[in-house]
Design a protein around this ligand. Structure first.
Ligand SMILES: Cc1ncc(COP(=O)(O)O)c(C=O)c1O
Length: 353
């Protein structure tokens, strides 16, 4: 605490990201990063010429990148927004759309940045409990609200909703913004991007951090109606004109264009996830069906999840444990390479034997 902090800053409970330990040889399965390097084409654009150009500000509108994203999703560039990671895009969206007289609705178990933005931007919210199988029941969201947000697939559960359920919600909920956070959509869910032309209140956010192996680049984007995108631009241009730097824009464009490489990595993650789920079940874990690049697994009967994560750490493998109601019996395990997942299963067998 400092006497120089404003009242708002004193009250904040900031988000705590998963650790990034500086220990060599660690198997890192705690922050849902990709085990693969980014597209080889990224290296081609990070040239000396590109570095020399860093003396110039980037394009404040990131027009070339917006065009690439628009082409990829069959939309217009005016229906796209880009930012410094989807966390920033989400923050702008909370500020632009969710400061309303009615509460924002989101699940009780979800991405833990949402309550942090609500606190920062003074947004009233209601958390709606997931069902016992950790699924989102969209019927609960059919009530007056100042906005709706959830990830699809949800995090940290990995469970996805079918697009038809999301469309049914959009048909009924026409007076507030519905934000679908698609950070993990590429690993097994259907994107709502294809609904953007039909529902002016739909905003979809995505990221290059997971399925395009660029967490370190910080590039996220939103797809929505021209009016929603204009709202985001107003906030962005009142905060930071250049959230996407020159190197990030150039690398993001080629990473999106290299669709073959993207599909190859994604398919491998899905295959490794299926292998991992089967092995975990053999060891007595109960896994939530995952459409993401991680598995949410309930530890075997009689085991303590916190203790298990500590023992894995001793074996130099880190996974994510949430010491929160309804989550404390689970581990969230990111899907790494085949070798890393084999090492995880070997370590778990030794610990549980
Ligand atoms: C559900 C969800 N949304 C958004 C993000 C933010 O991703 P980034 O800021 O790297 O784009 C994450 C990161 O883990 C996430 O889990």
């Amino acid at each position: 605490m400092s006497r120089f902090w404003s009242e708002r800053v004193r009250e904040l409970e900031p988000y705590v990201p998963g650790e990034q330990p500086k220990i060599d040889g660690l198997i890192k399965l705690n922050t849902n990063e990709s085990p693969f390097p980014p597209s080889p084409r990224v290296r081609d654009v990070l040239t000396d010429g590109a570095i020399d150009k860093l003396r110039l500000y980037p394009d404040p509108n990131s027009s070339a990148l917006k065009q690439t994203i628009a082409d990829y999703y069959g939309l217009k560039p005016e229906q796209t927004f880009v930012g410094n990671g989807s966390d920033e895009v989400l923050a702008f969206a909370f500020m632009a759309f969710f400061q309303q007289p009615r509460p924002l609705l989101y699940p009780d178990i979800t991405y833990s940045f949402y309550p942090v933005y609500c606190q920062l931007f003074d947004i009233d919210y209601e958390m709606l409990p997931l069902a016992d199988d950790l699924s989102i029941n969209l019927a609960d969201y059919r009530r007056e609200n100042g906005g709706i947000i959830f990830p699809n697939p949800n995090a940290p559960t990995g469970r996805a909703l079918p697009l038809s359920d999301i469309e049914a919600l959009l048909k009924e909920n026409t007076d507030s913004v519905v934000l679908i956070d698609e950070a993990y959509v590429d690993f097994g869910a259907e994107s709502a991007a294809q609904l953007v032309d039909r529902y002016p209140n739909l905003l979809v956010t995505q990221t290059l951090s997971k399925s395009r192996s660029l967490a370190g680049l910080r590039l996220g984007f939103a797809l929505g109606s021209v009016e929603l995108i204009e709202g985001l631009e107003r906030v962005k241009n009142s905060f930071n004109s250049y959230p996407v730097d020159r190197l990030a824009e150039a690398a993001a464009i080629v990473a999106i264009e290299d669709d073959d490489y993207f599909r190859q990595c994604r398919d491998q993650v899905i295959a490794t996830r299926e292998w991992t789920e089967a092995r975990l079940q053999e060891l007595g874990f109960r896994t939530v069906p995952s459409a993401a690049n991680f598995v949410f697994a309930r530890v075997p009967e009689g085991e303590d999840a916190a203790e298990l994560s500590r023992q894995l750490r001793d074996a130099r493998i880190i996974v994510r444990y949430f010491n929160k109601p309804r989550l404390s019996e689970y581990l969230r395990i990111s899907i790494g390479s085949d070798t890393e997942m084999q090492a995880l299963i070997t370590a778990l067998k030794a610990i549980l034997s």
